[in-house]
Design a protein around this ligand. Structure first.
Ligand code: SF4
Ligand code: SF4
Length: 350
């Protein structure tokens, strides 16, 4: 996205030997803390895109209780299908991963939320759980964005509302992405650190779209080569999804643990029109899933009044992009929210 960042270049010796052991169920003799230490040491993070350390999420503080462990199998954005692919190919591994996380977190119930347009994944997860006599509630969910947001998912599965500024544990829930569950299985059972992930490469600008198992650090240019290249000159290459992702200008940008997708967009898909003045149409307000007033918040940020933006609940913004997507004036509302949050945090620290 144009910002500079520190990087480490790792030079490898000849060949590549995967650090994977043979399958072992010795984990069953380990304590919850020992298992969570493996999750930490093997670098497991949330693979939905946020890359929050999984061991921190699974650590339920003393005196609190996780009634629900909810598995997020809702693709975080349109176009992406990496979670779907993982469920179709790794159902048995996901169930074993859930046994491990159940031992760490100690929930009373486990549920997995899957969008209704993925009947094959719903069926395969139900069948696998039944075959292994594993208690798992498979919850088909309406197809709507941002259903994959933690708070929306908790509401859809349990009917509970996470309070403003609160964490899922405030309503007795721990949420984990389905790809992360598979990564926990691979770390604990196979001894495999998180060095590769499933990435959706899609959009009308790529010749052969698909899901790929990609090592962290692989340049995006190599991934596009594996798809047969691009169709003409793409209008935009986006890391992530169309709503929350960011455009890149250098195809040597590497895949990271948080890269759920690469979108190669044509002019038609990118739809980049010129920004005009706000029309006061209210569309951004009506689509905001958090019940915020994006146009008001943006005006505060645009005028450098970060305290004013904070007073309109800026920190509750999930950066889902619904407001910017609906805005007929092409106002960069999400970028404004991100900038406002960053500046408000900076001001607080100083
Ligand atoms: S990005 Fe826009 S629509 Fe999404 S939560 Fe923030 S203000 Fe609301
Ligand atoms: S959708 Fe865009 S034009 Fe309409 S009120 Fe919101 S910011 Fe203004």
């Amino acid at each position: 996205n144009g910002m500079k960042s520190s990087a480490v270049v790792i030079e490898k010796e000849e060949g590549f030997t995967p650090a994977v052991k043979t399958k072992s169920d010795s984990w069953k003799g380990k304590t919850p803390q020992e298992l969570n230490d493996i999750v930490k040491e093997f670098g497991i993070v949330g693979l939905g895109g946020a890359t929050f350390p999984a061991n921190v999420k699974y650590m339920v503080p003393k005196g609190e209780k996780a009634e629900y462990l909810i598995i997020n199998a809702v693709e975080c954005e349109p176009y992406l299908s990496a979670d779907h692919r993982v469920m179709l190919e790794k159902a048995a591994e996901i169930i074993e991963g859930l046994r491990i996380i159940r031992k760490i977190v100690g929930p009373e119930k486990i549920a997995i939320g899957i969008e209704i347009n993925k009947p094959d994944a719903i069926e395969i997860m139900r069948r696998q759980a039944e075959a292994e006599n594993f208690e798992l509630e498979v919850v088909p969910l309406k197809l709507k964005y941002p259903q994959g947001d933690e708070k929306q998912l908790i509401k859809a599965v349990t009917g509970r509302e996470v309070p403003s500024g609160g964490l899922p544990l405030a309503v007795g829930c721990v949420v984990s992405n389905v790809g992360t569950v598979n990564a926990v299985y691979e770390a604990v059972v196979l001894g495999k650190p998180l060095y590769e992930r499933t990435v959706s490469v899609t959009g009308l600008g790529v010749k052969n779209p698909g899901n790929f198992l990609v090592r962290v650090g692989t340049p995006i240019s190599k991934l596009l080569e594996a798809c047969g290249g691009t169709i003409d000159r793409p209008a935009k290459v986006v890391v992530g999804g169309p709503m929350m992702g960011f455009s890149i200008y250098d195809l040597d940008t590497p895949v990271t643990k948080g890269t759920s997708g690469i979108l190669v967009l044509t002019d038609k898909e990118a739809g980049s029109g010129a920004r005009t003045a706000c029309l006061s149409c209210g569309k951004c307000v009506s689509v905001c899933p958090m019940g915020l007033n994006p146009t008001k918040m943006f005006k505060f940020v645009d005028h450098g009044d970060y305290d004013g933006a904070m007073a309109t609940d800026l920190m509750d913004c999930k950066e889902c992009g619904c407001c910017a997507f609906s805005c007929p004036a092409n106002i960069p509302l999400v970028q404004g929210m991100r900038l406002g949050k960053k500046m408000a945090r900076k001001k607080k620290v100083s």
